[in-house]
Design a protein around this ligand. Structure first.
Ligand code: GLN
Length: 211
């Protein structure tokens, strides 16, 4: 069984649930999805893998940020969980921004520089058939006010590219995509997440509650 924590801050959360369900059926693997809303949810429910959907990263940082700044504490707890356990994670669009630039005082979850809204405004959102070395095939890319990778550190690999430009990067068990796989019928990246989570379980040291 795979347990996936889904961050319920913003974005197409129910589309991610559908994609995860489809991927689990395809892999013939029982799946439990935990909806995470607060720091406590993260601490109480260590998962094999996490999904950080898109949205507006500025808003997500405020509502999901540190509790002493009025946030739910979800994001800092998630980042610590990822650093301590090595659990797998998929971040899409704003989720990718947060993984590359967590702004919680700790190391980036994926060492790559990423620029917000780098293609322009909402009207400049687009779709493109992209190439994925990770899936070894093409993939329908849906880009909505998408960010762009500005540079990628050594050890980070390209998981998807659009016309030769990286639009998805992978660092170990962490995957950041600047597009929205959950808004397509193709659940390949969600299946990747579940299979990598099943491959080797995360380490034994979940973040402790500070209660
Ligand atoms: N423009 C958003 C941001 O900068 C990302 C958009 C998205 O997640 N679709 O956070």
């Amino acid at each position: 069984m795979v347990e996936v924590g889904l961050c319920m801050i913003q974005g197409a959360r129910h589309a991610h649930i559908r994609a995860l369900d489809n991927a689990a059926k395809h892999l013939n693997s029982p799946l439990v999805i935990h909806e995470l809303r607060t720091r406590e949810d993260v601490v109480k429910t260590p998962c094999d893998a996490y999904v950080l959907p898109g949205g507006e990263s500025t808003v997500m940082r405020l509502t999901g940020g540190a509790e002493d700044k009025g946030g739910s504490g979800l994001l800092p707890a998630l980042f610590e969980q990822l650093r301590h356990t090595g659990a797998a994670v998929l971040g899409t669009c704003a989720g990718a921004i947060l993984l590359c630039d967590p702004q919680d005082g700790g190391e980036p979850l994926i060492p790559a520089r990423i620029g917000r809204n780098a293609y322009g405004r909402q009207v400049d959102s687009f779709q493109s058939l992209i190439e994925s070395p990770l899936l070894s095939r093409s993939f329908p890319g849906v880009f909505i006010r998408a960010p762009r990778f500005e540079s990628i550190s050594t050890g980070v690999e390209v998981a998807a590219s659009n016309g030769g430009e990286p639009v998805g990067v992978i660092s170990g068990r962490r995957l950041a995509l600047t597009f929205h796989p959950e808004l397509t019928e193709d659940f390949g990246f969600h299946a990747w997440l579940l299979s990598i989570a099943m491959d080797s379980p995360p380490g034994p040291s979940p973040v402790k509650s500070e209660a």
